[in-house]
Design a protein around this ligand. Structure first.
Ligand code: IMP
Ligand code: MG
Length: 186
């Protein structure tokens, strides 16, 4: 079942199988940690939707879901530092055990903003699970309780992550060929 690599991809950094194995490990940790608690997963759209779906199905506990949509990049590959909330939570999180599910942490600006925002609503606990982490790129230290892969500070796509809204459905994580960027109108 070795699907062909997309022609815009220069290199596959992490395979679908490696992602699957990592998620199963993360889900075990989360299942243990929240065994006697009501767990609310808060996914950060759009990037985390693929990860959230796979992670949730590996967690052996009843969980509830909510989503926030934020925009931090537009269509470029560098953080603007400005986080816009496009969709807020549907439910109150006061007194809840909240696990924030992110696709990737780069500068850490998005997740730091969300942490402050959610903390102000008085959750019983608030932790971060991020599948990818460009560790060392953060200006301020971040406590990521459930980190997936540490990756180098390169721009990656696939498994929910996009470049200008494309490539989210690739089952692996890859680096784009320079020609894929050149195609963009500045
Ligand atoms: P940060 O605020 O710099 O930590 O960026 C976090 C957000 O930027 C993530 O939720 C992603 O949507 C996006 N992002 C960061 N790095 C990448 C990448 O390598 N590829 C695609 N999107 C990324
Ligand atoms: Mg994005």
């Amino acid at each position: 079942m070795n699907a062909e690599v997309h022609p815009d991809i220069e290199e596959v950094l992490i395979t679908a199988q490696e992602i699957e194995d990592k998620i199963s490990g993360l889900a075990k940790l989360i299942t243990e940690a929240y065994r006697d608690k009501d767990l609310l997963l808060v996914g950060v759209l759009k990037g985390a939707f693929v990860f959230m779906a796979d992670l949730a199905r590996e967690i052996q506990l009843p969980v509830e879901f909510d989503f926030m949509a934020v925009s931090s990049y537009g269509s470029s590959t560098k953080s603007s530092g400005v986080v816009r909330i496009l969709k807020d939570l549907d439910y109150e999180i006061t007194g809840r055990h909240v696990l924030l599910v992110e696709d990737i942490i780069d500068s850490g600006l998005t997740i730091s903003y969300l942490l402050r925002y959610l903390e102000a609503r008085g959750p019983e606990s608030l932790e971060i699970c991020s599948l990818f982490w460009k560790k060392g790129e953060q200006a301020v230290p971040l406590d990521v309780r459930y980190p997936g892969f540490e990756i180098p500070p390169v721009f990656v796509v696939g498994y929910g992550l996009d470049y200008a809204e494309k490539y989210r459905n690739l089952p692996y994580i890859g680096v784009l060929k320079p020609s894929a960027y050149d195609a963009e109108v500045p």
